[in-house]
Design a protein around this ligand. Sequence first.
Ligand SMILES: Cc1ncc(COP(=O)(O)O)c(C=O)c1O
Length: 360
Amino acid sequence: MSGLVTPSIESLVAYEGGKPIEEVAREFGVASPIKLASNENPLGPSPKALRAAFEALNSVNRYPDGVAFRLRHALAEAYGVGFAEVLHGSGSNELIELVVRTFCTPSDHVIFGQPGFAMYPVIAMAHGVEFTAVPTRECKHDLAGFLQALQPNTKVILIDNPNNPTGTYRDVSQISDFLRQVPPEVIVVMDEAYFEYVTASDYPNSLELRHLRERLIVTRTFSKIYGLSGMRVGVGIGPAHLMNYLNRLRPPFNVGLMSQEAAVAALSDHEHVASSRQHNTTERERLSQGLAALGLEVTPSQANFVLVHFDRPTRSLNQALLERGVIVRPIPMLPRALRISVGTVAENDRLLTALAEVTS
Ligand SMILES: Cc1ncc(COP(=O)(O)O)c(C=O)c1O
């Protein structure tokens, strides 16, 4: 196949998400599997978002609003930023990819943490951009390590805070110091996919740190607490001239008509966000304690998932869980760990029971 694609695309392994519920039902003959593998909101979407999406369904003979005027307006107001500083993406994933695609040439360099969001290396490799993956320290991003990894051609730094798959975060003073120390020409992306779930009082809202450096882009998503993973809506917030460049490469109708309407409605449903956060806080704690009671080490998490460590490779454990209709997420880079999303009360109970069976 040589010559058909670039060597970096040749070496890529396609991103594998959590196994779909239907696939597990079919493959393992389980009547009703539960999915705790993709950090979705187990309470579902806001009823207001559902209604808005249904209403929009009547108009799908038309293309969506390519500039997402209503959505970006609502976001700009909610975040207290200018309209031109907000951009919509097909998930935040698309925006992160757009940053690398727009600003990096093959002679540039990108830095991110490892293990971190699994798409970062895929994005860098897909675009033939050299990267340094900085190992986490005690499951947290090693910000000093990021600074040491800087090269004269470093163009972009990607930081997910909280980090997926560890669930850990860096606090406001650590992130502020870091943002001050990164050279001004580097674009820092603060990926805050789990922002709304965080309960720690010293967690930074990077939108409030924009004065520390000009080249800062913050990403958020409707896939997590807003319960709209299937709608594919992400948000990027940054200086207008950077967003303007991203907009030049953005596919014209990247966020669908129903998705835009659902996101606008979801954004204003503060009650749904609050109850989802409350549920997650309570169940994250209960799940963590239940796992600890099974003798397992759990990395303290600020997100809607926990990283659980085992004393053996988890491949066969994962298989045994699938046979019981419980879908969790193996992490290829951490063969002795599993990432488990916080589910409903019943789902978490079922996970704990199944884990007790397969580990005894
Ligand atoms: C840290 C992080 N960033 C970004 C994403 C992308 O999410 P989406 O494209 O659905 O917004 C995810 C998804 O799991 C994530 O964990």
